[in-house]
Design a binder for this molecule. Structure first.
Ligand code: SAM
Length: 275
């Protein structure tokens, strides 16, 4: 890391500030410069962008984002032990790093968003990652305040995010993401890339917002996907019975003998609009 920005290596930072990883905070740190730069590069050109980072921890990804030219990084960290280490980075990059101590789940990112492009880049704490993604897919206005999301997930969650009809991993998350965003898995990281290593492989997912998602009411879409995937092995005529079953499906021109995982996002939207 020293070669990147002249700041001390991350192992030293962790030792100096006593940042032993806490499992409850999902702390699996990235200490390798090549890897944090690869994550940061996945977000594309950062020179005009304000980057929101969730959970900077000792600052490995933060440093990569700044070294690669992010105009500004606003980082939200819950663990106050990390603040002195992050203050050193802020001092090294005057005016370019703002650290907010707090819970990302309670942070109003939309209200914090400045003028100009916003990109969200994070090695997310796994226990809150999916909820944060869902929050970012449901902002007050669309197109959203962010231009892209570049996020680390457990690989299995990444597969659910990018899944399409007829994929094994297709479910409620895939429909929501497919409705509002274009998503792809950029690359995997083995457990050994992290300190301490998690039990599972991780993956970086990159999402960009669809300019014009199909018109659909989110609450209704959730109602349909919840019913359909709640009993995913059943035919839709049975799983959607509480919502109108066969009558609803016939209105939509969808064969009631089909199963949830065969329906496209467009078909789910159509059902939601008929509710
Ligand atoms: N970005 C660092 C890296 O790549 O090495 C750390 C990533 S670690 C997987 C997740 C980070 O999120 C930790 O620093 C943890 O303290 C922080 N964190 C956990 N829950 C959080 C929350 N609800 N809001 C903000 N930060 C949180």
């Amino acid at each position: 890391m020293a070669a990147l920005d002249g700041l001390p290596p991350l192992r030293e930072v962790i030792q100096t500030h006593g940042l032993d990883a806490k499992k409850a905070l999902g702390q699996n740190f990235l200490l390798d410069l090549n890897i944090t730069q690869k994550v940061a590069r996945t977000a594309g050109d950062l020179s005009e962008a304000t980057v929101f980072e969730v959970g900077p921890g000792p600052g490995g990804l933060t440093r990569a984002l700044l070294a690669l030219g992010a105009k500004k990084v606003i980082a939200v960290e819950r663990d106050s032990r990390c603040l002195p280490a992050l203050a050193e980075i802020a001092q090294h990059y005057p005016g370019r790093l703002e650290v907010i101590e707090g819970d990302a789940l309670k942070t109003d990112f939309e209200a914090l968003a400045p003028e100009g492009p916003v990109k969200i880049v994070a090695n997310l704490p796994y226990n809150v990652g999916t909820q944060l993604l869902i929050n970012w897919l449901m902002p007050r206005r669309w197109p959203p305040f962010w231009q892209s999301l570049t996020l680390m997930f457990q690989k299995e969650v990444g597969q659910r995010i990018v899944a399409q009809a007829d994929d094994d991993h297709y479910g409620r998350l895939g429909v929501l993401c497919g409705w509002r965003a274009n998503a792809h898995m950029a690359f995997d990281l083995s457990p050994q890339a992290f300190t301490p290593p998690p039990k599972v492989t991780s993956t970086v997912v990159h999402l960009t917002p669809k300019a014009e998602p199909l018109p659909c009411d989110l609450a209704r879409l959730e109602k349909v996907t919840q019913a359909a995937f709640g009993q995913r092995r059943k035919m839709l005529r049975a799983s959607l019975k509480p919502l109108g079953g066969e009558t609803l499906l016939n209105k939509a021109g969808i064969d009631p003998a089909r199963r949830a995982e065969t329906l496209s996002v467009a078909e789910f939207c159509q059902l939601a609009n008929l509710l």
